[in-house]
Write a protein that binds this ligand. Structure first.
Ligand SMILES: NC(=O)c1ccc[n+]([C@@H]2O[C@H](COP(=O)([O-])OP(=O)(O)OC[C@H]3O[C@@H](n4cnc5c(N)ncnc54)[C@H](OP(=O)(O)O)[C@@H]3O)[C@@H](O)[C@H]2O)c1
Length: 336
């Protein structure tokens, strides 16, 4: 069995096979099976940006993502109060990390329905501000971040439809929408001839709610791609954290110590599976999400993390391994 303290990602593995692409819902966009999440890019309060990692690390994470076959990045206007979009835009437009012959990566960003946003025009203004921060002409996937009130989610879906009809948005999605809200958003857009491409929701080996609350089933039936956020349970599924070595900063308080206590048997199984594939536990966690038909977007703070995550696209869990992981995490599959 692998030493859980020494989770070394394999760096010698060729990643050419990572050039596989998946269609995003019924949109025209094609993405790599794994994207890179960028909540961490500029996120000082929760993630420690500027303390434990810097812009130099993020530049390397961006370059490693691209070099290893990742062709899309997830951000949001609220991440780092706009900093994530600014940093990402700088890299996408920067000439040092981009081969001028290769296409620019796709960008997914999100509109946040703050309670003081009460009119459709605020979505237009937010979109314009995101475009400015990203230094982009258009956004590939524009999401409604949460179905928060006071305005109904239908109100924002209609505003999203208007945005899709001008030239600044290629595809639209929702995030944190329930099965019923997803269906209603899909139908509303469908009536206007617009495709609902994605629903971005929390999903991981430690959070399997979407398998039992109808979200996964509904998205499959409607051909809406499920983007899995928190795919590494904010680092817990990498195998590097334990009760006596909890994650730093805010995560220590958010993730109950009880959960860390329950983790070792699962990490042990993941490490055994990882060893058989010359992989890491993180790759097992991401592979499991890909095998469940979803698109994980692990957040990466360094080249090492970005590459490790991208390598998960180059191999596949056997059916037996998939079953073993399903069985070991049944407790995270609530029945209601
Ligand atoms: N739509 C929404 O409401 C929503 C909500 C949350 C997130 N998101 C999106 O989803 C993305 C991913 O979710 P998340 O960032 O919350 O959690 P996550 O991807 O589960 O965990 C990310 C953290 O795990 C650690 N890590 C990542 N790759 C690693 C590797 N290969 N080896 C070791 N450690 C690794 C890093 O933290 P340490 O090194 O500090 O441990 C990293 O910050 C976000 O960046 C964001 O784009 C969306």
């Amino acid at each position: 069995m692998r030493n859980l303290n020494a989770v070394n990602p394999p760096f010698d593995k060729p990643t050419k096979a990572a050039l596989k692409r998946v269609r995003l819902g019924r949109s025209d966009l094609e993405v790599s099976p794994v994207g890179t999440g960028t909540w961490q890019w500029g996120g000082a309060f929760y993630w420690g940006y500027g303390r434990s990692y810097t812009d130099v690390d993020l530049a390397a994470a961006y370059a490693a993502s691209i070099e290893n076959g990742i062709n899309w990045f997830d951000t949001a206007e609220i991440y780092g109060r706009g900093k994530s979009e600014i940093i990402l835009g700088r890299h996408v437009n920067g000439s040092t990390t981009n081969n001028p012959d290769s296409p620019k990566p796709l960008i997914a960003t999100k509109f946040f329905p703050y309670p003081w946003r009460l009119h459709k025009s605020s979505l237009k203004r937010a979109l314009k501000a995101s475009l400015k921060r990203l230094n982009a002409e258009s956004i590939d996937i524009y999401h409604i971040h949460f179905p928060f009130r006071p305005c109904s989610f239908e109100y924002w879906v209609n505003a999203l439809a208007d945005a899709e009809q001008d030239e600044h948005v290629q595809a639209v999605g929702v995030s944190n929408f329930s099965a019923e809200q997803t269906k209603r958003a899909h139908d509303l857009l469908d009536r206007k001839g617009i495709v609902l491409a994605t629903n971005q929701v929390g999903y991981s080996l430690l959070n399997r709610k979407i398998e039992s609350n109808g979200i996964l089933e509904t998205c499959r039936a409607l051909d809406v791609s499920v983007i899995s956020y928190g795919p590494l349970a904010e680092g817990l599924l990498t195998g590097k954290y334990r009760s006596d070595n909890p994650p730093p900063f805010m995560r220590k308080w958010r993730w109950a110590r009880k959960r860390l206590k329950m983790l070792p048997p699962l990490i042990s199984l993941m490490s055994d599976i990882a060893s058989a594939h010359d992989a890491s536990p993180s790759q097992v966690a991401l592979n499991w999400l890909i095998r469940h038909g979803t698109l994980p977007i692990p957040g990466a703070k360094s080249a090492m993390q970005a590459k490790d995550n991208a390598v998960s696209m180059t191999w596949s869990l056997s059916n037996g391994e998939l079953e073993a992981l399903n069985a070991a995490t049944e407790r995270y599959l609530p029945t209601s």
